[in-house]
Design a protein around this ligand. Structure first.
Ligand SMILES: Nc1ncnc2c1ncn2[C@@H]1O[C@H](COP(=O)(O)OP(=O)(O)OP(=O)(O)O)[C@@H](O)[C@H]1O
Ligand SMILES: O=C(O)C1=C[C@@H](O)[C@@H](O)[C@H](O)C1
Ligand SMILES: [Mg+2]
Length: 184
């Protein structure tokens, strides 16, 4: 199995945290579109949005997604990548897509503990828990329609990785075992 593995979900669901561990477990490269986008732009997402607005950020996000997509990669996406229909189609057509789903209280708790405001400028101007509830209500259906699999992201990162590996093994039993046994 060499297809890219895409992780999607709300801010704080653990795409970056789980993605790094997953890539290690299956000997794939790890790419985070938020990180790559900021490195290429040489500025933070907060600065891009403040200077050029959300539509400019979304255009860069689409370019970044397409340019980083490669075989044998785990790709952690930004929380809003599923807003553009073209991105949803691209994700589904070019890899296996996992929705890391967690309840509002879990997401809000993580974001309150680690706000990382330079990468997560406010989307609504509202307090974190209110914003998370509102944004998840708008996006949950889009995450579900884009994903090939939904996993419970409220548990420990290693358990999320195990759920993803089990789902991959269910569709690619032999090749995944070969990757794990022979790579690295
Ligand atoms: N399964 C988990 N259990 C406990 N804490 C977690 C878990 N996953 C992530 N975290 C913590 O929650 C915070 C947010 O996680 P992370 O940055 O991985 O989310 P993300 O989905 O990449 O968010 P964004 O969309 O903003 O990039 C981090 O501080 C991380 O340590
Ligand atoms: O949920 C969102 O819309 C975002 C999530 C982050 O990962 C970043 O991509 C950016 O802050 C936008
Ligand atoms: Mg992230």
């Amino acid at each position: 199995m060499t297809q890219p593995i895409f992780l999607i979900g709300a801010r704080g669901c653990g795409k970056t945290t789980v993605g790094q561990k997953l890539a290690g477990a299956c000997h794939f490269d790890f790419i985070d579109t938020d990180v790559t986008l900021q490195e290429r732009a040489q500025q933070s997402i907060a600065d891009i949005v403040a200077k050029e607005g959300w539509p400019a950020f979304r255009a860069l996000e689409t370019q970044t997604l397409q340019s980083v997509t490669a075989a044998q990669s785990v790709i952690a996406t930004g929380g809003g990548v599923i807003l553009a229909p073209a991105n949803r189609e691209f994700l589904r057509d070019n890899g296996i897509v996992f929705y890391l789903k967690a309840p509002v209280a879990v997401l809000a708790g993580r974001l309150e503990a680690f706000p990382e405001e330079s990468q997560r400028p406010t989307l609504t101007g509202k307090p974190i828990s209110e914003e998370v509830r509102e944004i998840l209500a708008q996006r949950d259906a889009l995450y579900r329609e884009t994903a090939h699999f939904t996993v419970d992201a409220a548990c420990e990162p290693d358990d999320v990785v195990a759920q993803i590996l089990a789902a991959i093994a269910s569709v690619h039993p032999t090749t995944m075992a070969v990757n794990s046994a022979t790579a690295g």
